[in-house]
Design a protein around this ligand. Structure first.
Ligand code: NDP
Ligand code: ZN
Length: 379
C-alpha cells in the first residue's frame, strides 16, 4: 500500500511542476484521505473517504504510520461530552512521515518523522498563545478532530485514524529518527497530558505522588514520576495490573475496590487523577498533605460527573485542586524529546484498523495493556 502511494506521489511530482518544494498536490487542491470513521454514536466504525484542506504554504502533509486510541476518542464517539458531527474520524495521537511541505516550511523536510497531538491551530495572539499555552487559546483553538476549523471556512476537522493529515508546521511535533515509532504516538496525548501538570506543580525527587487510574494516561504519569525521582503509589480498580506497576518502579499499588484508603490520609504532595468514570473525589483530597496538589485530567462522561463538597475543602484545608488540559506545543516537543532520550514509552498493543470497534470495548472493560495503537499502513 505504501508503495502504491509512493508511485502516485512520483507521478504527481511531474504533473504539478513543483518538485523543488516536494509538492504532491497543486496549490488549492484538496487532499484525498481515507480512514475509519464512527458513523453515529453507537460505536460502529466504517471505512470512510474524505478530503482535507490543501497543503498551504505553512503546512506539511504527513503520511500517518500509527494512531493511538485515547479514551477521549471513546468519549467523543459515544457523545459522552457533547453532540458530535458524524462521520467522525477520531485520533489525536498521530505519528508518520512528512511527504510534502509548503513553500514556507522550515522545521520539516520530506522524509522526516512528525507527530500531531490534540491541537492543530490557535489564534497565536492571545496572552495564552503568547505564553506557549495554545491549549488554553481564548479565541481560535482548533482541535484535531470534531472541531470547526476557523482557519479553513469552519470545516470540521478529522483525526488520525486515517492515511494522512495536513497540519500547520507550528502544530506538528518533530520526532527524532531514533524514536520507537510503534510506541511514540501515545506520547502526543497521554504523554503530554501527564507530563505537563507534573512539571507545572514542580515535582521533585523524593515527592510522594499518587496516580489514580492506571491506564493509558496513568501508566505514563507513573513513568514520568518515577523517572523524576518520586515515590509513586498507584490507585486502580483491578488486581491484574499490580505487577505491571511494580515493574515500572512504583512503591505501592492500591486496589481501591478492596483496600482501605484511610491509612494514606495526609500523605501525598501530588495526586494526578486520570479516572474516566465517576469516583469519590473526597477520598483523594483526604490523602493530600497540606499544600499538596490534586490534578484532574480524567474527564468522565456528563452523566457520570464526580463531585467534591466545600466542607471537605475547608476541613482538609489548603489543598490545591485543579484541572489540566494536554500541554502547549513547545512543551509537547520538550516532552517528546525527554521521553525518547530517556526511553520512556507507553506499553502498546498494535492492532489493525478493522479491530477498532473491539478495541473500544476492551478499553472500557479494562482489558488493554496499556494503549492500543492502530497500524495505519493496514488500512
Ligand atoms: P484508560 O481507559 O486507558 O485508563 C483509565 C484507567 O482508570 C483504567 O486503568 C481504569 O481501570 C481506571 N479506573 C476506572 N475507574 C477507576 C476508579 N474508580 N478508580 C481508579 N481507577 C479507575 O483511559 P485514558 O488513560 O486514555 O484516559 C483517561 C481519562 O483522561 C479519560 O476520561 C480521557 O478522556 C481523559 N483525558 C484527558 C485529557 C486532558 O487533556 N485532560 C487528555 C487525554 C485524556 P480498568 O483498568 O479497570 O479499566
Ligand atoms: Zn487523548
Amino acid at each position: 500500500m505504501i508503495m502504491t502511494f509512493a508511485m502516485g506521489l512520483t507521478m504527481n511530482y511531474a504533473q504539478h511542476e513543483s518538485v523543488h518544494h516536494g509538492h504532491a498536490h497543486a496549490h488549492g487542491e484538496r487532499v484525498k484521505a481515507k480512514g475509519m470513521a464512527a458513523m453515529n454514536n453507537s460505536g460502529k466504525f466504517a471505512p470512510y473517504e474524505f478530503t482535507r484542506h490543501e497543503v498551504g504554504d505553512n503546512d506539511i502533509l504527513i503520511e500517518i504510520m500509527y494512531s493511538g486510541i485515547c479514551h477521549s476518542d471513546i468519549h467523543h464517539v459515544y457523545e459522552d461530552w457533547k453532540t458530535e458531527v458524524y462521520p467522525l474520524v477520531p485520533g489525536h495521537e498521530i505519528v508518520g512521515r512528512v511527504i510534502q511541505t509548503g513553500k514556507n516550511v522550515t522545521k520539516f523536510k520530506v522524509g522526516d518523522y512528525a507527530g500531531v497531538g490534540c491541537l492543530v491551530n490557535s489564534c497565536r495572539e492571545c496572552r495564552y498563545c503568547e505564553a506557549n499555552e495554545e491549549q488554553y487559546c481564548e479565541t481560535a483553538r482548533v482541535l484535531t478532530y470534531g472541531s470547526s476549523n476557523v482557519f479553513h471556512d469552519g470545516e470540521m476537522t478529522q483525526g488520525g485514524y486515517a492515511d494522512n493529515i495536513v497540519v500547520d508546521e507550528d502544530f506538528a511535533i518533530s520526532i527524532p529518527e531514533n524514536a520507537d515509532m510503534e510506541k511514540v504516538a501515545p506520547l502526543l496525548c497521554a504523554g503530554i497530558t501527564t507530563y505537563s501538570p507534573l512539571l507545572h506543580v514542580g515535582l521533585k525527587s523524593g515527592d510522594k505522588v499518587g496516580v489514580a487510574g492506571f491506564g493509558g494516561l496513568g501508566h505514563m504519569a507513573v513513568q514520568y514520576a518515577v523517572a523524576m525521582g518520586a515515590e509513586v503509589t498507584v490507585f486502580d480498580i483491578t488486581e491484574d495490573k499490580r505487577q505491571f506497576a511494580f515493574d515500572m518502579g512504583v512503591s505501592n499499588y492500591v486496589n481501591v475496590n478492596t483496600e482501605e484508603l484511610d491509612e494514606w490520609r495526609n500523605t501525598f504532595n501530588i495526586i494526578i487523577s486520570t479516572v474516566p468514570a465517576n469516583y469519590e473525589v473526597k477520598a483523594y483530597v483526604n490523602m493530600l498533605a497540606i499544600d499538596g496538589n490534586l490534578i484532574f485530567v480524567g474527564l468522565p462522561a456528563n452523566r457520570d460527573v464526580p463531585n467534591i463538597d466545600i466542607a471537605t475543602l475547608i476541613f482538609q484545608g489548603r489543598r490545591n485542586l485543579f484541572g489540566s488540559q494536554i500541554g502547549g506545543i513547545k512543551e509537547t516537543q520538550e516532552m517528546l524529546d525527554y521521553s525518547v532520550a530517556n526511553n520512556i514509552y507507553p506499553m502498546v498493543e498494535i492492532i489493525e484498523p478493522c479491530r477498532i470497534e473491539q478495541a473500544y470495548k476492551d478499553v472500557i472493560d479494562g482489558k488493554v495493556h496499556f494503549r492500543y495503537v492502530i497500524d495505519m499502513s493496514k488500512l
